[in-house]
Design a protein around this ligand. Structure first.
Ligand code: SAH
Ligand code: SF4
Ligand code: F3S
Length: 455
């Protein structure tokens, strides 16, 4: 090995990629390499990429070109591409003259050898899938302490007709429940208050006799853990047992991200989503009945080939009816390898798709704001995440429903769950002040104080 290096990883895409960056960090740390936050200080620069839409892919390729300036300024700097574009384009990326190495999502364990080979003058591409690699034994190098991402499964078997993920991440691979629970315990020992269980299809998790509700319930009972989240759920695998788990464990946050993609059965079938709108409505009703007040968010694609005005109207109507707390709306982007990309008929013109996107975003802004305004005047438990981006003497955190709250405070509050009286809203950010006397958390603190006093 050619000695410890300073490395910098820049991550795009979903939370799986964020967690993978921590995994790469763990692999590199084990070999003595040191993480830095500024590419200008790094000897190894890695762009951890996303291929979900063409725009995302072009953006990261552009960014790789920009980061080449560090090689020009300081010969000896190595530039690598990781993540989904690394898998998608593989050795084609070497056509970008400045790229020294390409590592796909199943090859992160080999990063140290890759760096050695690059030092010896090779340009390296490791982009094969592995049926077994799930990084079970690797300790991620967590950047954030109070909220930990825990990848419980990798890949996706659903093959929705528009989606590149099964081709960039491969088939589903689930970790063992023992390994996951052990990682959760260690994260809690290291200061995590909240964990998010991650997978492209988190609720299709299965390992031996364990299904996702079993795993979620076990995680929810780990000592010292205050909040558990999970993402992303597929409606098809959203079962009554999962709803029961959410209802029965107070540590499981009342927020579910349940992408619907479209409100039209015709389009859902063309997307190969495996469920109908009626099925989706039933899941939402079941969840809301068992967990009233559960926040719900979604992903929607507009402009899928063949989407008529009536199909779009059905999506609009479904969103008005369900009233999501939050929605990510995307314009359909044809992706390599995917069956939908071959559809040539009834392609929706880009401008029409953008209009639909804007209409849904406008609808959602109104609905989302109404939910946030309902919070004004209430007391919410907030996990303080860190200093607020804007404003001195302010910290930011999130509620159980995942709304952002800014409040006066300093670093001492980071990692605490505090009861906050919400006083106002600007944009999508709630504002408030600590109020320890009136909330679940506050009650717990008071109880503890009384126990202390009586002891
Ligand atoms: N596994 C998750 C989501 C993964 S990708 C799930 O199935 O819900 C995140 C979101 O990107 C998807 O929910 C979808 O709304 C969007 N997306 C995926 N492929 C896309 C494409 N080709 N064009 C536009 N949006 C896409
Ligand atoms: Fe893509 Fe569908 Fe898998 Fe989600 S479930 S990652 S949208 S193929
Ligand atoms: Fe993007 Fe890959 Fe995630 S394509 S959304 S980074 S799984």
């Amino acid at each position: 090995m050619s000695g410890p290096k300073r490395y910098y990883i820049e991550t795009y895409g979903c939370q799986m990629n964020v967690a993978d960056a921590e995994l790469m960090g763990g692999v590199l740390k084990r070999e003595g390499h040191v993480r830095v936050d500024d590419p200008a200080e790094a000897e190894v620069v890695i762009v951890n990429t996303c291929a979900i839409r063409d725009h995302a892919e072009q953006r990261v390729i552009g960014r790789v070109g920009q980061l080449n300036m560090h090689k020009l300024e300081r010969p000896g700097v190595r530039l690598g591409v990781a993540g989904c574009v690394a898998k998608e384009l593989g050795k084609e990326l070497l056509e970008l003259a400045h790229v020294d190495f390409v590592v796909g999502p199943d090859s992160y364990r080999h990063l140290p050898e890759v760096l050695d080979r690059v030092d010896e003058g090779e340009r390296v591409v490791l982009d094969r899938f592995s049926r077994s690699e799930n990084y079970e034994d690797l300790e991620p190098y967590r950047i954030e302490r109070c909220a930990a991402w825990i990848t419980i499964m990798r890949g996706c078997d659903k093959f929705c007709s528009y989606c590149i993920v099964p081709f960039t991440r491969g088939r589903e691979k689930c970790r063992s429940p023992e390994g996951i629970l052990e990682e959760v315990r260690r994260a809690v020992q290291d200061g995590a208050r909240e964990v998010t269980l991650l997978g492209q299809n988190v609720n299709s998790y299965r390992s031996g006799d364990w299904d996702f509700p079993d795993l979620l319930s076990a995680v929810a009972q780990v000592d010292g853990l205050r909040r558990v989240r999970f993402t992303t759920s597929h409606p098809w695998d959203f079962t009554p047992r999962l709803v029961d788990a959410i209802a029965n464990h107070p540590t499981i946050c009342e927020h579910v991200h349940l992408p619907v993609q479209s409100g039209s059965d015709r389009i859902l079938a063309a997307m190969r989503r495996e469920h109908t709108v009626a099925w989706y409505r039933e899941r939402v009703a079941m969840l809301r009945e068992a967990v009233p007040g559960c926040a719900l968010s979604t992903d929607v694609i507009v402009g899928f080939p063949g989407e008529t005005d009536a199909d779009f109207q059905a999506t609009f109507d479904l969103m008005s009816e369900v009233r999501y707390n939050f929605a990510y709306v995307f314009v359909y982007s044809p992706r390599p390898h995917t069956p939908a990309a071959a559809i040539r008929d009834d392609v929706v013109p880009h401008e029409a798709a953008v209009e639909r996107l804007e209409a849904l975003n406008a609808l959602q802004r109104g609905i989302g704001t109404a939910y946030l305004l309902e919070k004004v005047g209430t007391v919410q438990d907030v996990l303080v995440q860190g200093e607020a981006k804007r404003g001195l003497g302010l910290v930011a955190g999130w509620t159980e429903q995942r709304e952002t709250v800014v409040l006066p405070g300093d670093r001492a509050l980071v990692g605490e769950i505090v009861a906050v009286r919400i006083s106002g809203l600007s944009g999508i950010t709630l504002h408030g002040e600590v109020d320890r006397t009136d909330s679940r958390e506050g009650e717990k603190l008071l109880e503890l104080a009384m126990l202390d006093a009586s002891a």
